[in-house]
Design a protein around this ligand. Structure first.
Ligand SMILES: *Cc1c(COP(=O)(O)O)cnc(C)c1O
Length: 245
Protein backbone atom coordinates (compact mmCIF):
# COMPACT_ATOMS: atom_id res chain seq x y z
CA UNK A 1 0.00 0.00 0.00
CA UNK A 2 3.12 2.22 0.12
CA UNK A 3 2.05 3.51 3.55
CA UNK A 4 4.82 4.36 6.02
CA UNK A 5 4.06 2.43 9.18
CA UNK A 6 4.39 3.75 12.72
CA UNK A 7 7.10 2.05 14.77
CA UNK A 8 6.10 -0.70 17.23
CA UNK A 9 6.79 1.72 20.10
CA UNK A 10 4.64 4.47 18.57
CA UNK A 11 1.87 1.95 17.98
CA UNK A 12 1.89 0.53 21.52
CA UNK A 13 2.19 4.00 23.04
CA UNK A 14 -0.84 5.23 21.05
CA UNK A 15 -2.92 2.19 22.06
CA UNK A 16 -1.97 2.58 25.74
CA UNK A 17 -2.81 6.32 25.72
CA UNK A 18 -6.15 5.67 24.03
CA UNK A 19 -7.08 2.98 26.56
CA UNK A 20 -6.09 5.15 29.55
CA UNK A 21 -7.99 8.15 28.18
CA UNK A 22 -11.09 5.94 27.77
CA UNK A 23 -10.71 3.94 30.97
CA UNK A 24 -14.28 4.65 32.08
CA UNK A 25 -15.57 2.86 28.97
CA UNK A 26 -13.93 -0.46 29.85
CA UNK A 27 -16.91 -2.77 30.60
CA UNK A 28 -17.09 -4.47 34.01
CA UNK A 29 -15.42 -7.88 34.24
CA UNK A 30 -17.33 -10.50 32.27
CA UNK A 31 -19.59 -7.97 30.55
CA UNK A 32 -17.54 -7.32 27.43
CA UNK A 33 -14.34 -5.56 26.44
CA UNK A 34 -12.94 -2.33 25.11
CA UNK A 35 -12.44 -3.00 21.41
CA UNK A 36 -9.43 -1.19 19.97
CA UNK A 37 -9.14 -0.49 16.26
CA UNK A 38 -5.96 1.21 15.08
CA UNK A 39 -6.18 2.72 11.62
CA UNK A 40 -3.72 4.28 9.19
CA UNK A 41 -5.13 6.39 6.38
CA UNK A 42 -3.89 8.68 3.66
CA UNK A 43 -4.80 12.31 4.36
CA UNK A 44 -2.56 14.16 1.90
CA UNK A 45 -3.82 16.64 -0.67
CA UNK A 46 -3.49 14.44 -3.76
CA UNK A 47 -5.72 13.95 -6.77
CA UNK A 48 -3.32 11.76 -8.74
CA UNK A 49 -3.08 7.99 -8.70
CA UNK A 50 -0.17 7.74 -6.31
CA UNK A 51 0.50 7.12 -2.62
CA UNK A 52 -0.65 9.89 -0.30
CA UNK A 53 1.85 12.58 0.68
CA UNK A 54 0.62 12.49 4.26
CA UNK A 55 -0.90 9.89 6.62
CA UNK A 56 -2.91 9.93 9.82
CA UNK A 57 -2.61 7.17 12.40
CA UNK A 58 -5.61 6.99 14.69
CA UNK A 59 -6.84 4.58 17.32
CA UNK A 60 -10.55 3.99 17.85
CA UNK A 61 -11.86 2.52 21.09
CA UNK A 62 -15.38 1.31 21.75
CA UNK A 63 -16.96 -0.86 24.45
CA UNK A 64 -18.43 -4.08 23.02
CA UNK A 65 -20.49 -6.82 24.66
CA UNK A 66 -19.27 -10.41 24.72
CA UNK A 67 -21.24 -12.01 21.91
CA UNK A 68 -20.84 -15.38 23.63
CA UNK A 69 -24.19 -16.80 22.67
CA UNK A 70 -24.11 -16.00 18.98
CA UNK A 71 -23.45 -18.71 16.42
CA UNK A 72 -22.76 -18.30 12.71
CA UNK A 73 -24.84 -19.49 9.79
CA UNK A 74 -22.58 -19.24 6.75
CA UNK A 75 -23.37 -19.26 3.07
CA UNK A 76 -20.70 -20.25 0.58
CA UNK A 77 -20.20 -17.50 -2.01
CA UNK A 78 -19.15 -19.03 -5.32
CA UNK A 79 -19.65 -15.98 -7.51
CA UNK A 80 -17.79 -13.11 -5.87
CA UNK A 81 -14.20 -13.55 -4.74
CA UNK A 82 -12.98 -11.71 -1.66
CA UNK A 83 -9.36 -11.82 -2.75
CA UNK A 84 -7.26 -12.75 -5.76
CA UNK A 85 -3.63 -13.89 -5.98
CA UNK A 86 -1.40 -10.83 -6.32
CA UNK A 87 -3.99 -8.66 -4.59
CA UNK A 88 -4.37 -7.28 -1.07
CA UNK A 89 -6.32 -10.12 0.58
CA UNK A 90 -3.47 -10.89 2.95
CA UNK A 91 -3.41 -7.46 4.60
CA UNK A 92 -6.01 -5.62 6.62
CA UNK A 93 -6.76 -3.01 3.97
CA UNK A 94 -10.01 -1.25 3.09
CA UNK A 95 -9.74 -2.65 -0.45
CA UNK A 96 -10.87 -6.06 0.83
CA UNK A 97 -14.23 -5.05 2.25
CA UNK A 98 -16.13 -2.81 -0.16
CA UNK A 99 -16.16 -5.40 -3.02
CA UNK A 100 -18.09 -7.85 -0.83
CA UNK A 101 -20.71 -5.49 0.61
CA UNK A 102 -23.25 -6.30 -2.08
CA UNK A 103 -23.22 -10.13 -1.77
CA UNK A 104 -22.86 -9.83 2.02
CA UNK A 105 -25.87 -7.51 2.33
CA UNK A 106 -27.91 -9.92 0.18
CA UNK A 107 -26.85 -12.93 2.26
CA UNK A 108 -27.73 -11.11 5.49
CA UNK A 109 -31.16 -10.26 4.10
CA UNK A 110 -31.67 -14.02 3.66
CA UNK A 111 -30.77 -14.62 7.32
CA UNK A 112 -27.13 -15.68 6.98
CA UNK A 113 -24.51 -14.26 9.35
CA UNK A 114 -21.65 -14.13 6.88
CA UNK A 115 -20.28 -15.46 3.60
CA UNK A 116 -17.59 -18.11 3.25
CA UNK A 117 -15.38 -17.35 0.25
CA UNK A 118 -13.70 -19.82 -2.09
CA UNK A 119 -10.28 -19.43 -3.71
CA UNK A 120 -10.46 -17.36 -6.90
CA UNK A 121 -8.24 -19.73 -8.95
CA UNK A 122 -10.12 -23.03 -8.64
CA UNK A 123 -13.29 -22.14 -6.73
CA UNK A 124 -12.91 -25.43 -4.87
CA UNK A 125 -11.10 -24.57 -1.63
CA UNK A 126 -12.45 -22.54 1.25
CA UNK A 127 -10.57 -19.39 2.28
CA UNK A 128 -12.23 -17.32 5.02
CA UNK A 129 -15.25 -15.15 5.83
CA UNK A 130 -15.66 -11.39 5.42
CA UNK A 131 -13.85 -10.54 8.65
CA UNK A 132 -12.80 -13.79 10.31
CA UNK A 133 -10.74 -16.94 9.73
CA UNK A 134 -12.21 -20.45 9.68
CA UNK A 135 -11.26 -23.81 11.25
CA UNK A 136 -12.69 -27.29 10.85
CA UNK A 137 -12.43 -30.13 13.37
CA UNK A 138 -12.52 -33.82 12.62
CA UNK A 139 -11.34 -36.36 15.18
CA UNK A 140 -8.18 -35.04 16.76
CA UNK A 141 -7.28 -32.83 13.79
CA UNK A 142 -7.99 -29.11 13.50
CA UNK A 143 -7.45 -27.63 10.04
CA UNK A 144 -7.41 -24.10 8.69
CA UNK A 145 -6.59 -22.86 5.16
CA UNK A 146 -2.96 -21.86 4.52
CA UNK A 147 -2.46 -18.10 4.28
CA UNK A 148 -0.69 -17.49 0.98
CA UNK A 149 -1.65 -13.89 0.20
CA UNK A 150 -5.41 -14.20 -0.26
CA UNK A 151 -6.27 -14.85 3.39
CA UNK A 152 -5.81 -12.43 6.29
CA UNK A 153 -3.35 -14.09 8.71
CA UNK A 154 -5.35 -13.15 11.81
CA UNK A 155 -3.68 -12.93 15.20
CA UNK A 156 -6.61 -14.86 16.73
CA UNK A 157 -6.06 -17.63 14.15
CA UNK A 158 -2.41 -17.91 15.24
CA UNK A 159 -3.35 -17.76 18.93
CA UNK A 160 -6.02 -20.46 18.59
CA UNK A 161 -3.60 -22.70 16.69
CA UNK A 162 -1.19 -22.46 19.64
CA UNK A 163 -3.85 -23.09 22.28
CA UNK A 164 -5.32 -26.04 20.33
CA UNK A 165 -1.95 -27.71 19.90
CA UNK A 166 -1.33 -27.13 23.61
CA UNK A 167 -4.60 -29.03 24.23
CA UNK A 168 -3.11 -31.96 22.28
CA UNK A 169 -4.85 -31.48 18.93
CA UNK A 170 -3.01 -31.95 15.67
CA UNK A 171 -3.15 -28.53 13.95
CA UNK A 172 -2.87 -28.41 10.16
CA UNK A 173 -2.55 -25.48 7.74
CA UNK A 174 -3.43 -26.72 4.28
CA UNK A 175 -5.79 -26.39 1.33
CA UNK A 176 -9.31 -27.38 2.47
CA UNK A 177 -11.64 -28.47 -0.34
CA UNK A 178 -15.22 -27.30 0.16
CA UNK A 179 -16.27 -30.97 -0.06
CA UNK A 180 -14.35 -31.71 3.12
CA UNK A 181 -16.31 -29.10 5.06
CA UNK A 182 -19.34 -31.37 4.77
CA UNK A 183 -17.61 -34.15 6.76
CA UNK A 184 -16.40 -31.86 9.56
CA UNK A 185 -17.68 -32.48 13.09
CA UNK A 186 -17.28 -28.92 14.21
CA UNK A 187 -16.55 -25.64 12.46
CA UNK A 188 -15.64 -22.33 14.07
CA UNK A 189 -14.40 -18.87 13.15
CA UNK A 190 -11.82 -16.62 14.82
CA UNK A 191 -11.25 -12.87 14.96
CA UNK A 192 -10.38 -10.20 17.52
CA UNK A 193 -13.97 -9.06 18.12
CA UNK A 194 -15.65 -12.50 18.13
CA UNK A 195 -12.69 -14.39 19.66
CA UNK A 196 -14.02 -17.85 18.69
CA UNK A 197 -17.53 -18.45 17.40
CA UNK A 198 -19.18 -21.76 16.53
CA UNK A 199 -20.56 -22.25 13.05
CA UNK A 200 -24.08 -23.69 13.29
CA UNK A 201 -24.48 -24.34 9.57
CA UNK A 202 -22.93 -23.92 6.15
CA UNK A 203 -25.09 -23.65 3.05
CA UNK A 204 -23.53 -24.46 -0.33
CA UNK A 205 -25.49 -24.56 -3.58
CA UNK A 206 -28.75 -24.94 -1.71
CA UNK A 207 -27.51 -27.74 0.58
CA UNK A 208 -27.36 -26.96 4.31
CA UNK A 209 -25.10 -28.86 6.73
CA UNK A 210 -25.35 -28.43 10.50
CA UNK A 211 -22.55 -28.76 13.04
CA UNK A 212 -22.08 -29.53 16.71
CA UNK A 213 -22.84 -26.63 19.06
CA UNK A 214 -22.99 -25.98 22.78
CA UNK A 215 -21.03 -26.43 25.98
CA UNK A 216 -19.14 -29.54 24.85
CA UNK A 217 -17.63 -28.00 21.74
CA UNK A 218 -13.96 -27.27 21.25
CA UNK A 219 -14.95 -23.74 20.18
CA UNK A 220 -16.34 -23.05 23.68
CA UNK A 221 -13.26 -24.51 25.34
CA UNK A 222 -10.97 -22.37 23.17
CA UNK A 223 -13.11 -19.28 23.80
CA UNK A 224 -13.00 -19.82 27.57
CA UNK A 225 -9.24 -20.34 27.52
CA UNK A 226 -8.41 -17.30 25.40
CA UNK A 227 -10.76 -14.93 27.25
CA UNK A 228 -9.43 -16.41 30.51
CA UNK A 229 -5.89 -15.43 29.49
CA UNK A 230 -7.07 -11.98 28.35
CA UNK A 231 -8.82 -11.28 31.66
CA UNK A 232 -6.14 -12.73 33.93
CA UNK A 233 -8.14 -15.76 35.11
CA UNK A 234 -5.69 -18.10 33.39
CA UNK A 235 -1.94 -17.61 33.67
CA UNK A 236 -0.42 -16.02 30.57
CA UNK A 237 2.63 -18.22 29.98
CA UNK A 238 3.47 -16.78 26.57
CA UNK A 239 3.56 -13.03 27.25
CA UNK A 240 0.43 -12.26 25.23
CA UNK A 241 -0.93 -9.70 27.69
CA UNK A 242 0.38 -6.30 28.73
CA UNK A 243 -0.43 -4.38 31.89
CA UNK A 244 -1.52 -0.78 31.34
CA UNK A 245 -1.42 1.75 34.17
C1 LIG B 1 -9.74 -8.93 10.84
C2 LIG B 1 -9.90 -10.09 9.96
C3 LIG B 1 -9.65 -11.41 10.40
C4 LIG B 1 -9.28 -11.73 11.83
O1 LIG B 1 -8.06 -11.19 12.19
P1 LIG B 1 -7.68 -10.99 13.73
O2 LIG B 1 -6.28 -10.47 13.68
O3 LIG B 1 -7.77 -12.33 14.37
O4 LIG B 1 -8.67 -10.02 14.30
C5 LIG B 1 -9.76 -12.45 9.49
N1 LIG B 1 -10.12 -12.22 8.22
C6 LIG B 1 -10.40 -10.97 7.76
C7 LIG B 1 -10.79 -10.80 6.34
C8 LIG B 1 -10.28 -9.87 8.62
O5 LIG B 1 -10.58 -8.65 8.17
Amino acid sequence: MCMPSPTVDQFIDAVKKTVLANKRWVPPHGRGSLYIRPLLMGTGRNLEVKPSSEYTFLVYASPVGNGLKGVLNLMVEDNVHRATPGGTGGIKAVTNYSPIYKPLTEAKAKGFSDLLYLDALTGSNIEECSGCNIFILKGNVISTPTTHGTILPGITRKTIMEIASDFGYQVEERAIPIKEVFDAEEVFCTGTAMVVKSVASITYQGKRIGYKLGAETLAQKLHATLTGIQTGLIEDKLGWTMLID
